[in-house]
Design a protein around this ligand. Structure first.
Ligand code: GLA
Length: 698
């Protein structure tokens, strides 16, 4: 709900439990008034009438109080907007107009000297506490020199005054993504970013701040913000001299040039979403999840199928007969979606060749992919394929025909990673080629699922012949989004997975157009617990793909673990199987079938339920709980048991203390009050033990 004050210069957005208020001063400064629990419009107007802007020498009264600090004038904070023409750098705006449309508020400004039109957008939905913010920057023309947009952040968030703040972030690297890390926020600037052209394994574009470092899993004030952008990005958290905190975020890593706007052209930033919660880190996660399931992820009300993918088991060595044999075993196990990973296309016998030529390899698949797809469908499963459309191997027909289609800088080395180069998707001819290849593929073969990969960073972002090559960073992502959107529109039954060497492209932008993400190439079931823990701070289990692979783990560390432990680990998200099923014994296949059956039973609760992180994976007992309506599922893992020590009792959350709960496995009845206060003994013992507990309210 949006309310506008009597003067038409104060606005209050109200969501499920929280409110957000802002106002224009007489001098057209746009001030932040409130972000926290719900307040009334009268309260917002009282804040607007007496803004708290102390005057001191050497400090700006505006710093830390503005909704969108621009470069120029009496400001010393990091600007959200930095624009220049050949003669003038910086912005001095005048209020133009404001309006609402449904749940969206728009406030418009102009800078006559630049011919710039800026619109700030806000949206808060009635069923959520997430505030969605973004900005549109336009060259209003009709003539004048081009505007150089050095930086245009999506938003700046201002936090209320508190004694101190603790900053949480999700850092990582390849195969060790989304690790939660927390530290006191010091004065100055804390920056997380990607300079890599994709979201990156190194940070999720998310930050959270809890007041006085006092939040726990289930209590305390937590502010969070997350960016919906799948290219380079930057989030900067500033603790200002007087202790106030302001966070800016948007596309692009430095201020060295985002875009150049000719008269009539405009740029829309990605969405930077913000959330206030007083339910601690767990409450904040659940609020992020329900917003994404309701408003971001496509078709999130549907359940994701159990998939099979042989990548880890077979690598590039695939054939029709081998995939058929795996498909039969997968179907017998209850798998619902069979995905052929890398190496199905022409020339792709290793990572040295083939990317760019998206036609089936005739040696390995003589009749194309259709016979395999038909067989998979005949076995009652959906059929999926892997692609990596934004890339090309120099050893490919595409590159031999169009060596100029890749990002490159004349006279410089074309840096190869994994023997591949990045196609310049900003070029219309490259986009047309990719559309044609992928549309033909999806039209000619009955494909239900596309795993869309991106296996290297940008290193040579050049575009010979283009006047303003810096725009390649933004234009690539815009072209990627447009391509996926167009494919989805033309092939509405096809689901998409975002992958980038595991979790290198996970953000709200890609999640608004893909159905799930490949969380990490690391499929070790113990390592995964920590990756899942971090992932769940922002994104729901409904999009978090996890596979059961072989033991010893082939990919990385050779760890030996039971099928039980591997399954219960992967059941925390969207379950997949990635082992070499031709080598699994009859007993293992039968056990796996039981686990798949159990997963299908608990899947609605896992994929759509509220997540409670009961105990973090720090070596001993860890557990998560999902609650949906009357049903509760607890997944628990014991990494290692100390000699002579019984693992601690596990206290549950999110239950009704007055209700009784029946254990679906043993029939035992538990009192909600006891489960919440005393907890229950898990029965886990030894190393790498795991268990699923299902409880139903009586
Ligand atoms: C990436 C992905 C893997 C697999 C390979 C195929 O590394 O993360 O899951 O698809 O590419 O080459």
């Amino acid at each position: 709900m949006i309310e506008t004050g009597r003067t038409g210069r104060t606005w209050l957005l109200t969501g499920e439990n929280s409110g957000y208020a802002l106002a224009l001063t007489e001098r057209d400064e746009l001030l932040h008034l409130h972000w926290g629990p719900r307040i009334t419009l009268a309260a917002a107007e009282s804040l607007a009438a007496a803004p708290d802007l102390p005057h001191r020498s050497f400090e700006s009264p505006l710093d830390g109080h503005e909704e969108y600090p621009v470069e120029g004038g009496p400001r010393f904070v990091r600007p959200a907007l930095s624009v220049r023409t050949p003669l003038v750098r910086g912005t001095e705006w005048a209020f133009r107009s404001a309006g609402t449309e449904g749940d969206e508020l728009r406030i418009g400004f102009t800078d006559a000297v630049h011919g710039l039109a800026l619109t700030l957008h806000y949206r808060m939905r009635d069923d959520s506490d997430v505030v969605e913010r973004w900005a549109t920057v336009a060259h209003a023309g009709p003539d004048g020199p081009p505007l150089e947009l050095l930086r245009a952040d999506a938003a700046a968030w201002s936090l209320p005054a508190r004694d101190g703040w603790r900053l949480s972030r999700l850092h990582g690297r390849w195969s060790a993504e989304t690790r939660i890390e927390r530290a006191e926020l010091l004065h100055g600037e804390s920056v997380i970013s990607s300079r890599r052209g994709h979201t990156g394994h190194q940070y999720l574009p998310w930050a959270a701040l809890d007041a006085d470092g006092a939040a726990t899993e289930e209590s305390g004030e937590v502010y969070g913000c997350a960016l919906g952008w799948s290219g380079s990005w930057r989030i900067s958290v500033q603790r200002l001299p007087d202790g106030l905190v302001q966070i800016t975020g948007g596309a692009g890593h430095d201020d060295s040039g985002l875009l150049r706007l000719a008269p009539g052209e405009s740029y829309t930033t990605p969405v930077f979403a913000g959330l206030w919660s007083e339910g601690g880190f767990g409450g904040a996660s659940r609020a992020w999840h329900s917003w994404q399931l309701a408003h971001v992820v496509p078709d999130a009300g549907s359940l994701r199928p159990v998939l099979y993918n042989s990548w880890e088991a077979t690598g590039f060595d695939i054939s029709l007969d081998q995939q058929r044999a795996l498909a039969r075993r997968a179907a017998a196990m209850g798998v619902e979606l069979f995905v052929v990973d890398d190496a199905w296309f022409a020339g792709r016998t290793s990572d040295r060749a083939g990317l760019g030529d998206w036609t089936p390899d005739r040696d390995r698949f003589p009749g194309g992919l259709k016979p395999l797809a038909d067989e998979v469908h005949g076995l009652g499963m959906r059929f999926g394929i892997w692609v990596e459309p934004e890339m090309v191997n120099p050893d490919s027909d595409l590159y031999r025909a169009h060596p100029d289609w890749v990002q490159h800088v004349p006279g410089r080395t074309r840096t190869e990673y994994r023997n591949q180069l990045v196609l310049n998707l900003a070029r219309p001819d490259v986009r047309a080629y990719l559309w044609d290849q992928l549309d033909t593929l999806l039209s000619g073969t009955p494909v239900d699922y596309v795993k869309w990969d991106f296996n290297r960073c940008f290193t040579d972002p050049g575009w010979p012949g283009e006047e303003y090559p810096q725009k390649i960073w933004t234009a690539h992502v815009q072209a990627l989004y447009a391509l996926i959107d167009r494919l989805r529109a033309a092939h509405p039954a096809v689901a998409f997975e975002s992958c980038s060497g595991g979790g290198g492209r996970i953000d709200l932008g890609i999640l608004s157009r893909t159905d799930q993400v490949w969380t990490s190439d690391n499929t070790d079931p113990l390592d995964r617990l920590a990756i899942h823990e971090g992932f769940g701070h922002l994104h729901p289990a409904r999009v978090m793909a996890a596979w059961v692979t072989d033991s010893p783990n082939r990919q990385l560390n050779g760890r030996v673990s039971s099928l039980r432990f591997r399954f219960v680990s992967a059941m925390a998200g969207v379950l997949g199987i990635g082992g070499n099923l031709t080598e699994w014994s009859e007993e293992e296949l039968a056990e796996a079938r039981d686990w798949v059956d159990l997963y299908k039973e608990i899947r609605p609760v896992v994929q759509h339920g509220a997540l409670y992180r009961l105990r973090a994976p720090r070596g001993g007992l860890s557990a998560v709980q999902y609650v949906l309506g009357e049903e509760t599922v607890v997944l628990m893992w014991l990494a290692a048991q100390r000699y002579g020590e019984r693992p601690p009792a596990l206290r549950l959350r999110g239950l009704d203390p007055a209700a009784a709960y029946t254990c679906r496995d043993t029939g035992a009845v538990h009192h909600g009050s006891v489960l919440l206060h005393q907890g229950l003994h898990t029965g886990l013992r030894g190393d790498l033990d795991a268990r699923v507990l299902r409880l139903g309210r009586r």
